[in-house]
Design a binder for this molecule. Structure first.
Ligand code: FES
Ligand code: FES
Length: 191
């Protein structure tokens, strides 16, 4: 027996058009976006603001590739609803060097601390937060601070060495390092 479906042919209430207006700061610049409320911070950074330095690996809070700073604290951007950063200050890998390689980025470059590079932005952001809070971390403290970002390529030793070397250096000696020539590794790599 066929029963008439009372909902067929009728418009259903739709939430697809609902949008949230979000104003926040990214790498020191004020931005505002209008996005669906469920949009993740990682999606807003990459898709709306074209800050593709922030990588997405698992999209589930496991790999740490999407690590950014929210008000100075590292978070997985794939787990953060974009609407929750309204009024906050977000720092991505693009904001670490202020247009030039930071001491940390230069040290990663010198130590060969990146291979495929998918983890590198997250590691740089997590390490920058570590050095901001603890300018002279021990190896154990460094390992602990970076433990949320997985790397499948390097075995971590060069990464730990790069972070600790950056911590030892005079920032003034490495902060002026030029960008590497085209075709070589860049922590700013797109994609
Ligand atoms: S992409 Fe966010 S933790 Fe893996
Ligand atoms: S360099 Fe490939 S995952 Fe870390």
């Amino acid at each position: 027996m066929n029963e008439a479906r009372p909902d067929i042919g009728k418009a259903r209430p739709s939430t697809s058009m609902a949008r949230a207006d979000i104003a926040f700061e990214v790498n020191g610049a004020a931005v505002s976006v209008s996005v669906p409320p469920v949009r993740r911070l990682s999606q807003v950074l990459r898709d709306e603001l074209r800050l593709t330095g922030t990588k997405v690996g698992c999209d589930a809070g496991d790999c740490g590739a999407c690590t950014v700073l929210v008000d100075g604290e590292p978070v997985c951007a794939c787990l953060v609803p974009a609407a929750s950063v309204s009024g906050a200050s977000v720092t991505t890998v693009e904001g670490l060097g202020n247009g030039r390689l930071s001491a940390l980025q230069a040290s990663f470059l010198e130590h060969g601390a990146a291979q495929c590079g998918i983890c590198t932005p997250g590691l740089l952001v997590a390490a920058s937060a570590l050095l901001e809070h603890n300018p002279a971390p021990s190896e154990a403290e460094t390992q602990d601070a970076l433990g949320g970002v997985l790397c499948r390529c390097t075995g971590y030793r060069k990464i730990i060495a790069a972070v600790m070397d950056a911590a030892r250096r005079e920032p003034s000696k490495v902060s002026a390092a030029p960008h590497p020539p085209a075709g070589t590794f860049s922590p700013y790599s797109d994609g």
